[in-house]
Design a binder for this molecule. Structure first.
Ligand code: TRP
Length: 446
């Protein structure tokens, strides 16, 4: 196992925030958030999601980063190092969850590449939203092309992880995230000024509290975990590269805020245009891909906006997928002494193959599981079951097993201690485990 002094560190504080925000912000905010919001009734879901991000979400993010910075290893290793042999099972659970998530993440990541290319071949020249939805259906029904683009996306992911954690990811995030932010602002302006946009705004922003059911709570919990990269030890790994003098609470707050901001921005682009064109909010996994081209089609030089958006969307997805592969690979690197090159290649290829049923399940071949498409079933299993389960145990571990170490670690900046230490620990000891358990049970029963 590598000694502490040998572990690479982030080039700068901003580098860590950007990389962690890069891990968080990705398909979860731009693809998953809008389609789940559409499926679970709009604003009420958004409200629950927001509350979860700033209570359980932020506390767990701090917990994971603390565990990583103190343990200095991947999730399994950090749990072991901090004195819990049996707890390392949680890290294991995370490795399995990351494996599953990345398998279908690569599929949607592939869609972003395909749509980048389609931007140049007439995607935005269709005048009707029906035709654009049809383009999507035709695309996902073509087994060869969905797998081709999935493989391309996974190859890019493997390439970045192969070359190590620091440089590549940091540099990528520094350029792409601000660019994506600005482009999304422009798209919001276009979307909210479409005739008929206001219906979409009220769907997205005016909560109807009667819509909050156990199922909605579980979906919001899953989305909070998915979008913030929590529950599977990804932030433990990022924390393990973090220098001692970094401010964990403020970094975590920034990451949560940015993720929420990008999610809300994605919603502000998608829902107004969706309603302006009388499209269906519960369209499912294709929602972002059938709505955005309609917006681009309404802009001068639409194909250029489209190409620019999908290229940045691709990079946002890539900075997340690398963190997923890193979770799986670093386990094999730290625990079995595999070389980074071997771990990334071998595991990357296996995960790509494991993703093929998900790739096909969106239209090419009807592969279903528990009444959902294979991709949806894998997503449900990972996001709504494995990740909250991981979060449940991580909060117990930090809140009960290592709370003294945690207090020390979160307050180790001599100049300013963290004023909310007690609240934070209270959330991890009681609120988070109890809420997760209740949401879990009510969500699975409904
Ligand atoms: N948060 C990422 C997204 O929203 C997905 C992701 C990357 C992730 N790494 C993760 C999810 C680790 C859970 C755990 O697109």
């Amino acid at each position: 196992m590598p000694k502490i002094s040998e572990r690479e560190q982030w080039g700068s504080k901003l580098g860590f925030i950007l990389a962690a925000a890069g891990s968080a912000i990705g398909l979860g905010s731009i693809w998953r958030f809008p389609y789940i919001t559409g499926q679970y009734g709009g604003a009420a879901f958004v409200l629950v999601y927001t509350l979860l991000v700033f209570s359980i979400g932020i506390s767990l993010m701090m917990a994971e980063i603390v565990i990583g910075r103190r343990g200095k290893l991947n999730a399994v290793g950090s749990f072991k190092a901090l004195g819990g042999g049996a707890w390392s099972i949680v890290g294991w659970l995370g490795v399995i969850a990351a494996f599953i998530i990345l398998s279908y993440y690569g599929v949607i990541g592939g869609w972003t590449i395909a749509y980048f290319i389609k931007s140049f071949t007439g995607l935005t020249s269709h005048s009707s939203s029906g035709q654009i939805a049809k383009t999507f259906e035709i695309f996902v029904s073509n087994a060869g092309s969905v797998i081709f683009y999935q493989v391309l996306f996974m190859a890019a992911t493997i390439f970045v992880v192969y070359n190590g954690v620091g440089g590549g990811i940091e540099r990528l995030c520094k350029i792409c995230m601000p660019a994506l932010f600005i482009l999304m602002l422009i798209l919001i302006l276009r979307s909210v000024t479409l005739p008929g946009a206001s219906k979409g705004l009220s769907f997205f922003l005016k909560p109807d509290f009667t819509k909050i059911t156990g199922e909605v709570l579980l979906a919001a919990l899953g989305q909070a975990f998915f979008s913030l990269s929590l529950g599977i030890g990804a932030m433990i790994i990022y924390g393990s590269y973090l220098p001692e003098d970094s401010n964990i609470p403020s970094s975590s707050a920034q990451i949560c805020f940015l993720t929420l901001l990008i999610s809300i921005m994605a919603g502000l682009i998608i829902f107004p245009s969706l309603f302006a064109f009388n499209m269906e909010p519960a369209a499912g996994a294709g929602l972002t891909f059938i709505t955005l081209p309609v917006v681009f089609a309404k802009m001068p030089a639409g194909f250029l906006w489209s190409a620019l958006f999908f290229v940045l969307f691709f990079f946002a997805a890539l900075t997340s997928s690398v963190s997923l592969l890193e979770v799986v690979a670093s386990y094999f690197i730290d625990n079995f002494g595999w070389k980074r090159s071997r771990a990334t290649l071998v595991l990357g290829i296996i995960i790509t193959i494991a993703g093929i049923p998900s790739a096909l399940s969106q239209g090419a071949v009807p592969i279903n599981l528990f009444g959902k498409s294979f991709l949806d079933a894998a997503d449900f299993f990972a996001s709504n079951l494995l990740m909250p389960l991981g979060g449940f145990f991580i909060s117990l571990f930090l809140g009960w097993k290592i709370h003294n170490i945690a207090k020390e670690e979160i307050n180790n900046l001599s100049e300013n201690s963290f004023p909310l230490t007690k609240t934070w620990l209270f959330i991890l000891q009681y609120i988070a485990p109890i809420c997760i358990a209740i949401i879990f049970i009510s969500g699975l029963r409904s």
